[in-house]
Design a protein around this ligand. Structure first.
Ligand code: GLU
Length: 424
């Protein structure tokens, strides 16, 4: 039997390489003290755990799980947990690093963390996923807690996963601790508006960009890659703003209709177990071709490494709004910028999720719950505030939106580290 590998994946290596290169470039622009820049290249701690699960056929399969704290200078670790065959230590570390910059950019008092289990959730039953979640939670229980590290949903995890995590943690300590995770259902201490917040926050920024460019939503087309928690809500919110959504995709493929897609019907179709490419009357396209459909707004809301040197020349949009983490490489970003594409980079674009997670954690801590008006108002305030900051730094320094967003996040963390000093 071969010695088990800790699941290095090509995707993970590429993502960590990308995240490290972003840090190097932003640190250079910031003229950051090399002592701090070097420290920030590494996570504070990383836990690799073994997660044995009895499958429905009686076999016990051993999965590998990770929880990484990149930096917790500004507060407890915060970041999602994903279930995917690409999950590795490298991928989780890159995603934790992005969480650090994202929280700092949004000025929310959390550090950056991420977790995941390398598995194929699409092939697992509900019972198997519950067993996986409960065992993974007990293996990382020493790292998590409302004051230590607060997980949330990410790829292929959802409100149900968060409920199982909350329950497992609560059973271990002996009382209910809603604040240990965010993205929970309302009845166990979730927040109104959290589920929609990533897609809604992204669309808030798209509309701000549209206004800035002197365009009108009614005359624009959009393509959204990914039809999960982020992409489906983004498509729905875009349609609500009268933007014509002409392409969407899920993990199995895409659906195109130059005349516009009925987003609400597509959501119902997917909820009933359908694939978007099989929706009546659409032109089926691959996920790769979907990105090359000419449109005004392109929103990659699926996974990392989608717009690269290979396909960037064929990507035709005016606004690139990143709902996923790491969908565009730095090389592709530079080419899009030269072409004058207005880029809403991931750490800003998808930050609505963690921002509403912060609201949920505040509500759980205070045992006092807000209404949807309050959640949406605060979300809009924080998103647009960060958007303005990014734009004015980008203009002032003549740097890309991505670099400006990273520079703001990184410099806040670095400043706090300098004040706190090196221990001991
Ligand atoms: N997984 C989401 C992200 O990548 C949300 C994290 C959170 O709410 O803590 O930003």
């Amino acid at each position: 039997m071969p010695f088990p590998s800790w699941g290095e994946t090509e995707e993970g290596r590429d993502m960590l390489q990308e995240a490290a290169e972003q840090l190097v470039q932003a640190a250079k622009l910031l003229n950051l003290d090399p002592n701090l820049a070097n420290r920030l290249r590494f996570p504070k701690r990383a836990l690799i755990v073994t997660v044995p699960v009895r499958l429905d056929d009686g076999r016990v399969v051993t999965y590998t799980g990770y929880r990484v704290h990149h930096n917790i200078t500004l507060g407890p670790g915060k970041g999602g947990i994903r279930y995917s065959p690409t999950v590795s230590l490298e991928e989780t570390t890159a995603l934790a690093m992005w969480m650090t910059w994202k929280c700092a950019l949004m000025n929310i008092p959390f550090g950056g963390a991420k977790g995941g289990v390398c598995c194929n959730p699409l092939e697992m039953s509900r019972r198997e996923l519950q067993a996986l979640t409960r065992r993974f939670t007990s293996e990382i229980v020493m790292l998590i807690g409302p004051e230590k590290d607060i997980p949330a949903p990410d790829m292929y995890t959802n409100e149900q996963t968060m409920s199982w995590i909350m329950d497992t943690y609560s059973m271990q300590v002996g009382y209910s601790v809603p604040g240990v995770v965010t993205g929970k259902p309302l009845v166990v201490g979730g927040s109104v508006g959290r589920r929609e917040a990533t897609g809604r926050g992204l669309v808030n920024l798209i509309i701000a960009a549209v206004e800035r460019l002197g365009l009108v939503p009614e005359k624009l087309t959009a393509v959204v890659q990914g039809f999960g928690n982020v992409g489906s809500v983004a498509a729905q919110e875009l349609a609500e703003k009268k933007v014509k959504v002409i392409g969407v995709s899920d993990v199995y493929g895409g659906a195109h209709n130059p005349g516009g897609l009925p987003v609400d019907d597509l959501i119902r179709h997917v909820e009933a177990g359908g694939k978007v490419s099989e929706f009546p009357g659409v032109i089926p396209v691959s996920n790769k071709d979907l990105l090359e459909i000419p449109c005004d707004i392109l929103a990659p809301c699926a996974t990392a490494g989608q717009i690269t040197r290979e396909n960037v020349e064929r990507v035709r949009c005016r606004i690139l709004a990143e709902g996923a983490n790491g969908p565009t490489t730095l090389e592709a970003d530079a080419i899009l910028q030269q072409r004058g594409v207005f880029i809403i980079p991931d750490v800003l674009g998808n930050a609505g999720g963690v921002t509403a997670s912060y609201f949920e954690w505040v509500q759980d801590t205070q045992k006092f719950f807000w209404d949807i008006g309050e959640v949406n108002r605060q979300l809009q305030r924080i998103m647009l505030g960060a958007f303005q900051e990014v734009l004015s730094l980008a203009h002032g320094k003549g740097v890309s939106h991505r670099m400006a967003a990273l520079m703001i996040g990184i410099s806040r963390v670095a400043q706090a580290m300098r004040f706190r000093g090196l221990y001991p």
